[in-house]
Every structure is written in C-alpha cells, then in structure tokens.
Design a protein around this ligand. Structure first.
Ligand SMILES: CC[C@@H](C(=O)O)C(=O)SCCNC(=O)CCNC(=O)[C@H](O)C(C)(C)COP(=O)(O)OP(=O)(O)OC[C@H]1O[C@@H](n2cnc3c(N)ncnc32)[C@H](O)[C@@H]1OP(=O)(O)O
Ligand code: CO
Length: 161
C-alpha cells in the first residue's frame, strides 16, 4: 500500500508483497507511449522510417486539443501528439520541456475500478470521470507530480455493441 502523508509517501513492505502477489488484472500492459512533437508532418515520416512501419491512424481529439498519429511495433504502440491550440497540455509541455516522451499509458480492464483504487491510495486524478481518448479508448490521467515526474494515462478500450 502507498500511504501519502504531507506530500511524501511510505511503502509498507508487508502490504506491498500482498499487492504484488495478487492476480494482476488491472494495469495489464503498456498501451502506448505518448510523444509530444512540434509537427506531425515532420515527425510521422521520421517515425515511419525509424520503426519501419506505416502510421496506421491519425485522429484529431478536439477535447484534448491534439492531433495524434499512431504506430504499432509488435505489441507496442507509439502515439505522436501535436498541439492544435497554444493553451493545450501538449503546447504547454512543448514550451517548457521541448519535444519528447509526454506520458505512459496503461491498458486497464475496468477504468472506474482502477480510478477508485488509485484514489483510495491517495493518487490525484486529473479527471474525475473517464474521458474520450484517441483510438477508441476512455482515458484518465494521474498527476505527474505524484508519480516521479511521469504523467500516467489509464486506457480502457470502448467496446461497441
Ligand atoms: C489523445 C488523447 C489521449 C489519448 O487517448 O492517448 C492523450 O494522450 S491526451 C494527452 C494530452 N492531455 C493531457 O496531458 C491531459 C492531462 N494533463 C494535464 O492535465 C496537464 O498537462 C498537467 C499534467 C496537469 C499539467 O498541467 P498544468 O499544471 O496546467 O501545466 P504546467 O505546464 O503548468 O505544468 C505544471 C508542472 O507539471 C509538469 N508537467 C506538465 N506536463 C507534464 C508531463 N506530461 N510529464 C511530466 N511533467 C509534466 C510541468 O513541467 C510543470 O512542472 P514544474 O515546472 O516543475 O512545476
Ligand atoms: Co495518450
């Protein structure tokens, strides 16, 4: 268990072992790595060359003010993100840190249960309810200040019936 006290935390070893021994049905795998780029026009051909594969999808996510481009490498996915507005999270990140890894996204089976689990362990979620992401996903973000400076995204695939 992670106990957050006055912005510091302690890992209680006994509980931790118990947690790690549970069958791991949540946080299944890394769903994608998000990379902030200045220009998809420039970076898509670069990543096609780098990964030796074609971009399989581009998608505008207006609610996040981003244009995205997706690549598959084996079981892994890379998401390139370009800002569509100077007030967007990606534009602010690019201004402060420049191009580079912006977030790591984990696939979860039950995003609501996972959000509850994280909240119960003291993590600050950046959205209270799951929101529409790219590539057919509902998503939620965890603040990077609490996760060693890494922005974490949870993703649950939307199943259309
Ligand atoms: C396409 C949809 C979806 C998908 O389906 O995959 C996506 O991936 S969308 C991706 C873009 N959307 C988001 O990132 C939403 C969640 N992010 C946020 O809510 C904000 O960006 C933030 C993380 C809360 C930061 O916002 P804010 O506090 O307004 O920005 P600042 O620029 O003032 O930063 C404060 C502080 O945080 C550091 N920071 C910001 N972003 C990151 C990051 N990605 N990774 C690590 N650290 C980050 C920033 O450097 C500042 O630090 P200090 O300067 O030390 O205070
Ligand atoms: Co993402």
């Amino acid at each position: 268990m992670l106990t957050i006290i006055n912005n510091s935390y302690e890992v209680i070893e006994k509980t931790c072992i118990f947690t790690f021994n549970q069958p791991f049905k949540t946080m299944n795998k890394i769903e994608h790595i998000g990379i902030a780029v200045n220009s998809l026009n420039k970076s898509v051909p670069l990543y096609e060359l780098l990964l030796n594969t074609s971009c399989y999808k581009t998608e505008l996510v207006a609610s996040e003010q981003v244009n995205t481009a997706f690549f598959k490498t084996g079981e892994n996915k890379v998401e390139l993100l370009e800002a569509t507005d100077e007030d967007s999270a990606i534009a602010r990140f690019l201004e402060k840190k420049g191009e580079g890894i912006h977030h790591i996204a984990f696939a979860v089976d039950d995003i609501l249960a996972e959000m509850e689990r994280l909240k119960a362990n003291g993590f600050v979620l950046l959205n209270e309810t799951p929101k529409k992401g790219a590539d057919n996903k509902m998503v939620c973000f965890v603040h990077p200040k609490q996760t060693n400076g890494v922005l974490i995204e949870l993703c649950q695939e939307i199943k259309w019936v």
